[in-house]
Ligand binder design. Structure first.
Ligand SMILES: [Zn+2]
Length: 233
């Protein structure tokens, strides 16, 4: 097979290799990072923290109500036991009782309010746990698909590399060096097809003599404008 045809084939292989390698890199990136899982974990953590905070508030409210109940019992005991006989003192204690009972009502109401908030926080933890499980299950599915795709791409890459090695064996060293050099300098495009009497890469119109030369695929003809290898099959 003629030299320039080989070079063109090599370019096709290299471009596909590049696509495969980029796809593999993207897959590695996707496999290495799981932002949706991290976000679901953070949501669960926040819900658990809120739950602990609400638990503390509820316990504090309960303790406050308990302390008031004990104090009320104490004064009720004093009044019922008849230790306090002075009417002025009895009145003071009864006034304190009234005050404490009102405070207890308030404390019990607050405790009920905190209990409701605590139950909401509990439900939020359960929902966040379920959310995380769903995210993890979806992640597992996607990762399985990505692993499969990675294996497929790796096999394709091996195949392309083997074909590339077989092809470069048939290309003289100098021509290969020119190809690599042009690929490096010309945006990955070393070989340009001749289309409608012009270089497809830069659009330069080619003389009939140049086109005839390019059609002889055994020798390398360069585009006079962009310097790429011309390919006119
Ligand atoms: Zn050109």
């Amino acid at each position: 097979m003629p030299l320039v045809h080989h070079l063109y084939q090599l370019q096709q292989l290299d471009r596909e290799l590049e696509t495969v390698q980029q796809a593999l890199l993207r897959l590695e990136e996707q496999l290495a990072h799981a932002p949706e899982v991290e976000a679901a974990r953070r949501r669960l953590q926040a819900a658990e923290e809120e739950h602990r905070a609400q638990q503390r508030k509820f316990q504090e409210a309960e303790h406050k109500a308990d302390a008031l109940r004990r104090k009320i019992q104490e004064i009720e005991g004093q009044l019922a036991g008849g230790q306090v006989r002075n009417p002025r003192q009895v009145q003071v204690l009864q006034e304190e009782l009234t005050y404490l009972r009102r405070k207890l009502d308030e404390a019990e109401e607050a405790a009920i309010h905190h209990l409701m908030t605590l139950e909401e926080a509990q439900a939020a933890v359960a929902a966040a746990q379920e959310g995380l499980e769903q995210v993890l299950a979806r992640r597992d599915e996607r990762e399985a698909a990505w692993q499969e795709e990675r294996l497929r791409l790796q096999a394709r890459q091996q195949d392309l590399l083997a074909r590339r090695a077989a092809l470069t064996d048939q290309i003289p060293e100098e021509a290969l060096a020119l190809y690599e050099d042009l690929r490096g300098r010309k945006g990955g495009l070393a070989v340009a097809r001749v289309q409608e009497e012009a270089c497809e890469a830069c659009g330069a119109l080619l003389s009939a003599a140049r086109r005839q030369e390019a059609a002889r695929l055994e020798v390398i003809t360069l585009c006079p404008q962009c310097g790429r290898i011309l390919y006119a099959p």
